[in-house]
Design a protein around this ligand. Structure first.
Ligand code: FES
Ligand SMILES: [Fe+2]
Length: 337
């Protein structure tokens, strides 16, 4: 300090490197073992093969003979043709190059010229499910958690899905918004009734969830339960007067440092006529679009670096610790790249 002309306490503090401890998606060839949205349900058909970027590689989405969506590696094990350029014929994927055929479980069933189907010619089959108008794939062989439910069964709800532009950050960085109680007040201008409920946050090894009553800048008062799962899904259940809505933002991962973004809103089927429900969901979309646009604006320009955290960041700090040790793997690597 003797040589520092700025006096005590004014020297540059040592750089902090906390962020380096949280692996980025794709670091060392690994990705978080999560459920990721791949595409809209409407993209999965039994007549076409559709290709999508996923985990810095390529996958296809088809619908099998039972109508179930399947996510599989995109490159033909014979000579590497892109199966998205092929065709669905009688429930099988036919490669455009030499016409080998694959069933939707990923096994080669026949070649076109009479050679027996090679046992080793297999596509990587991702655990796949459809929820809320989206097709989801799990990065792994066996999922270690399931997607959450709304407070009501899906069959009692009406869903609306929107596709938003990609964001230049990993999904887990967007998810860091949810445990970040400071930004709810500052960035979004939502006052939280009472003290921050850090001790009331419900944690699992893959999720967090908490309740708060928010007073919005226009005076609206919403009782919210919000959470993240994965870290690829923002989840919200809200009571607005006597009306309820659900809102979710699923985050896909086409490649490192890019999140594909969806918006899902839902309402109870018994809340009114189809027109009333539609008008309510449009209102919810407008409400949430404003909130999301504030986050998006920040995500487009920030250089994520968790550094100096304070007392009100304690839930955020725990989330960041969870992300340090979140399971990471890439079992489909040799198939999708
Ligand atoms: S590359 Fe697909 S059948 Fe040959
Ligand atoms: Fe936010």
């Amino acid at each position: 300090m003797a040589d520092d002309q700025r006096g005590p306490g004014l020297a540059n503090p040592p750089r902090r490197h906390i962020s380096h401890d949280i692996p980025a998606e794709g670091q060392d060839g690994l990705f978080t073992q999560s459920w990721f949205p791949i595409c809209l349900s409407s993209a999965a058909t039994s007549t076409n093969v559709r290709g999508f970027e996923f985990l810095d590689g390529r996958v296809i989405v088809v619908r099998d003979e039972h109508g179930k969506a399947q996510v599989l590696s995109a490159y033909c094990p014979h000579m590497g043709a892109d199966l998205a350029a092929g065709h669905m014929i009688d429930g099988q994927i036919r490669c455009v190059f030499h016409h080998w055929k694959y069933s939707a479980d990923g096994r080669c069933r026949s070649t076109a010229i009479g050679d027996p189907a090679p046992e080793a010619a297999k596509l990587f089959r991702f655990p796949t499910q459809e929820r809320w108008g989206l097709v989801w794939a799990y990065n792994g062989e066996t999922p270690h958690y399931d997607l959450p439910d709304m407070p009501f069964p899906d069959g009692e709800l009406v869903f609306k899905v929107r596709v938003l532009p990609d964001l230049p950050v990993d999904p887990w960085i967007i998810c860091a918004n949810t445990p970040d109680m400071q930004h709810i007040k500052t960035l979004h201008g939502i006052n939280i009734e009472g003290e921050d409920q850090h001790d009331a946050v419900e944690w699992t090894d893959h999720s967090l969830k908490y309740k708060f009553t928010g007073i919005y800048s226009n005076g609206d008062k919403l009782t919210n339960e919000i959470g993240i799962f994965g870290p690829t899904l923002y989840w919200q259940s809200s009571q607005f007067g006597d009306k309820w809505f659900g809102f979710m933002s699923p985050f896909g991962l086409p490649r490192p440092s890019v999140s594909s973004l969806y918006m899902v809103v839902c309402a109870r089927k018994d809340m009114g006529t189809a027109e009333e429900i539609d008008a309510w969901l449009e209102f919810v979309i407008d409400l949430e679009t404003k909130v999301v646009s504030e986050d998006v604006h920040n995500m487009l320009t920030m250089k994520f670096k968790p550094g100096v955290l304070t007392r009100s960041d304690q839930t955020l700090a725990r989330y960041l610790r969870m992300m340090k040790t979140f399971p990471r793997a890439h079992p489909s690597a040799e198939f999708i790249k």
